[in-house]
Design a protein around this ligand. Structure first.
Ligand SMILES: [Zn+2]
Length: 422
């Protein structure tokens, strides 16, 4: 077999391959991140074809003059990061609302002054697909510098059939043209749009089910359907209706659940066989139990808690100790989490949610890959998986979350090719 690229002498290789890389690491197993010292990884085409200790690989493999050798002495090599919850296509920014929040203005006052999701929605509805693509592309370029190689990307600022489809089309275009992979999620039920706020929320739910979902499915514009299941947004019954319709059309399910009030979103997600339930700041003990006894991934978004200044974070420790599969995401969006920096989210998970510097690694690689339905293909350094790899300017895995707010990614490899270097 022809080896195209061989990374050698990594101080630490973080493989996630402890249990073969084909199942998520859950509960106490999140500590078993598969460290190899003085590690090497061999790539042929787009695939990982061997990994192990450097001297073993050098003696086993046939290396010729065409093989590119990358010396990772003193560095850490990990799978490419997967950001499993983002809203990267939107118009405008919301720094005015940021300032109002700091001044102590309430959500209602902010909404009255034209803030909130509906503000972004108003602007996004007027945006051309070309502008959506240009804006999204700018933010994806930032993500690469932090080591992200795959992200989930939601619609949800269009809130009309035409504008939701435009958002999904721009996400599809970005997936096809950009160096990163995007996993598209339809989030038509992100908020009740302005024109349905006169007590006609159920009519909007009907529009999502009868018009938007069939279009999305027919044009294959999304892999998942997500709903903002929350008090005052979409209740449990509305969420169930939308998700059952989406499942019938072959879409997987994700939920924004139990962020503000514990209304049972986590339990509903598990009941529906959702691939993930996200946020969970207020998840109930029953919700934790339900997640822990299922394959649904708990996607936690500590950047949102930090940026909203609420001081309360999702109970990561309780979830992990109960045996759940836990992933971390930026929740990149213009209102509540305008950061593309996933390593910063790892630091926050350590300091604010008491996840260990080991546990945060599967949460942004293997478990995050399962949260977007790609656990079989990416998320670990496993023979046969896609060669998405990061070389970090760090002697060990703990250094990455330790230097919080920094970006220590030095080289980003996607499908076997170097797509970015510092
Ligand atoms: Zn979100």
């Amino acid at each position: 077999m022809k080896i195209d690229t061989l990374i050698v002498s990594a101080n630490e290789l973080v493989t996630m391959d402890t249990y073969g890389g084909r199942v998520p690491l859950r509960g106490s197993k999140m500590q078993d991140i598969g460290l190899v010292e003085n590690g090497a990884v061999a790539i042929s085409g787009q695939e990982i074809v061997a990994f192990g200790e450097t001297h073993d690989l050098l003696s086993e493999l046939e290396i010729d003059g065409d093989t590119r050798i990358i010396d990772a002495k003193g560095k850490t090599v990990t799978p490419g990061l997967v950001d499993p919850h983002t809203h990267p296509v939107f118009a405008g920014t919301r720094e005015k609302e940021f300032a109002m929040r700091i001044e102590g203005k309430s959500y209602m006052e902010i909404a009255a002054a034209g803030g909130g999701i509906l503000n972004t929605s108003r602007l996004t509805r007027q945006m051309s697909i070309d502008r959506m693509i240009a804006n999204g592309s700018k933010y994806l370029a930032r993500m690469i510098t932090h080591g992200t190689t795959t992200l989930e990307a939601k619609s949800g600022y269009g809130l009309s059939t035409e504008s939701e489809l435009a958002m999904l089309q721009s996400i599809k275009y970005l997936d096809q043209t950009e160096k990163l992979d995007l996993v598209p999620t339809f989030l038509g039920a992100h908020e009740i749009p302005e024109e349905y706020r006169d007590g006609r929320a159920d009519e909007y739910v009907e529009l999502v089910i009868e018009e938007m979902l069939p279009f999305v499915a027919k044009k294959e514009l999304a892999k998942f359907c997500d709903v903002f299941c929350e008090a005052g947004v979409f209740d449990i019954e509305q969420t169930r209706k939308i998700c059952l319709a989406a499942k019938k059309l072959g879409l997987g399910i994700k939920l924004h659940a139990d962020e503000i009030k514990p209304i049972g979103g986590a339990e509903l997600g598990v009941e529906l066989g959702a691939v993930s339930v996200d946020h969970l700041v207020e998840v109930s003990p029953e919700g934790i139990e339900a997640i822990a006894s299922s394959n649904t991934v708990a996607v936690l978004l500590p950047g949102t808690s930090l940026f909203l200044g609420k001081g309360k974070f999702a109970p990561a420790r309780d979830l992990i100790d109960a045996g759940a599969v836990v992933a971390l995401a930026t929740d990149f969006n213009p209102g509540s989490s305008p950061t593309t920096n996933l390593p910063l989210i790892m630091s926050l998970a350590c300091t604010a949610m008491r996840m260990t510097p080991k546990e945060v690694w599967p949460a942004v690689t293997l478990d995050a890959a399962f949260a977007v339905g790609l656990g079989e293909r990416i998320g670990s350094i496993t023979i046969g998986k896609q060669a998405d790899l990061i070389i970090w300017d760090a002697p060990n895995h703990s250094i990455v979350p330790y230097f919080y707010g920094e970006s220590l990614a030095e080289m980003v490899i996607k499908k076997g090719k170097i797509i970015w270097r510092k």
